[in-house]
Design a protein around this ligand. Structure first.
Ligand code: ASP
Ligand code: MG
Length: 405
């Protein structure tokens, strides 16, 4: 007998009919003899609707009250799902986050889970019941309702799986797994059978928006096997787990990720001295602007230049700051470009293979694509290129590394 945590997202519980369909799936797993805990999101659109109501009253509502409000969406779906299960002859019980005692810190709107008391859930499971828990929410030490940030139901599911020592955490969603790259860009992108936590983090942070990134971090930390699967069709989905050593035929590259949300800034002609990078980048991060790729160059005349990327939404603010720093440092110029994209190849197999970067650069060169920046990590190589070459680059790399079906 296994203990499985299943999570159903907003589209999977978006209508009463869909909730009934979820109940069928849960009933089937329960009928097969497994212990089932279900975490659910609010009906699709509901959280946004609630936020909209609040905004009609106040531009920036009190965060505690905001959490009381937005957590109600999930309270609706847990009750409806339990009713649908009861209707199918299955005993089920719903719990809000606070009722389970999902203890969080008190950072309203972006709370972090500190502890989960699995006692009551275990008792229900032992009595043969299905347990349905509201995703996205918990309560702080004082009993205030908190929420975990948008998409937080994924994290609830993983945290429950970790606390209950579940055999698997299954995330049911509107896609049937994680793909080698976005199928809208490469038609013959392939569903991956499995991928490691690390690879998934690299893929996700690049904008494959299947899972809340924090849930993957959590799953990796507690080694909870995560499976992404479709609510609407049967299939094995994609298993996200630790790397296994005996996978001899491990692919070198597992996927191609890309990101069109960034912009590039360059400051040229700054002194090549200790503290300069700090002056430039410290001021940007002090303004709470996240910096991604960073490259520094020193010219023969000992003047330096620093190039970095930020989210496009932050470009205007970052440029203003950089221009001020440039005049303080007597820099020659500041240059910005928001027609760039970031393309990465990701794979744990890279650790043990040479020549991966060369293959990447060769395939981009063959397409006449100029590489503006390059950065690497142990399992990822990223290039920044001109935006108009995005599709071409992703397709070329996808085939260069043999990722097609
Ligand atoms: N209902 C919340 C949201 O829309 C949490 C979730 O769906 O995971 O962000
Ligand atoms: Mg989601």
């Amino acid at each position: 007998m296994s203990l499985i945590v299943q999570k159903y997202g907003g589209t999977s519980v978006g209508t009463v009919d869909r909730i009934k369909a979820v109940a069928k799936k849960v009933a089937a797993a329960h009928g097969a003899g497994d212990k089932i805990v279900v975490a659910v999101s609010a009906m699709s659109g509901e959280t946004n609707r609630l936020i909209g109501l609040a905004r009609e009253i106040q531009e920036e509502p009190n965060l505690r009250e905001m959490d009381v409000l937005v957590s109600t969406g999930e309270q609706v779906t847990i009750a409806l799902l339990c009713m649908a299960l009861n209707e199918a002859g299955i005993e089920a019980r719903s719990y809000t986050g606070g009722q389970v005692r999902i203890l969080t810190d008190n950072a309203h709107g972006k709370a972090r889970i500190q502890d989960i008391d699995g006692h009551r859930i275990q008792e229900d499971l032992d009595a043969g019941r299905v347990v349905v828990v509201a995703g996205f929410q918990g309560a702080d030490e004082a009993g205030n309702i908190t929420t975990l940030g948008r998409g937080g139901s994924d994290t609830t599911a993983v945290a429950l799986a970790a606390a209950l020592n579940a055999d698997e955490c299954q995330i049911y969603t509107d896609v049937d797994g994680v793909y080698t790259t976005d199928p809208r860009v490469v038609a013959d992108a392939r569903r991956l059978e499995k991928i490691t936590f690390e690879e998934m983090l690299e893929m996700a942070s690049q904008g494959s928006k299947i899972l809340q990134i924090r849930s993957v971090e959590f799953a990796g930390k507690y080694n909870v096997p995560l499976r992404v699967m479709s609510s609407f069709e049967d299939g094995p989905g994609t298993l996200i787990s630790l790397e296994d050593d005996d996978q001899m035929e491990k692919p070198v590259v597992s996927g191609i990720a890309f990101n069109r949300d960034e912009a590039k800034l360059t400051i040229r002609g700054i002194p090549d001295q200790p503290g300069v990078a700090y002056k430039v980048l410290g001021a940007i991060s002090a303004a709470n602007i996240e910096i991604d790729v960073i490259v520094q160059n020193v010219a023969k005349d000992n003047s330096a230049s620093i190039t970095f990327t930020v989210h496009r939404n932050d470009l205007k603010r970052a440029t203003e700051l950089l221009e001020k720093i440039a005049s303080d440092l007597g820099a020659i110029e500041v240059d910005t470009d928001d027609h760039i994209v970031k393309v990465s190849i990701v794979g744990v197999g890279m650790r043990s293979h040479a020549g991966v970067a060369a293959t990447m650069f060769e395939s981009l060169a063959a397409e006449g694509i100029n590489i503006q920046l390059i950065t690497t990590s142990e399992i990822k190589i990223t290039v920044v290129i001109e935006e108009r070459y995005l599709e071409l680059a992703v397709r070329a790399l996808h085939s260069a590394f043999g990722l097609e079906q």
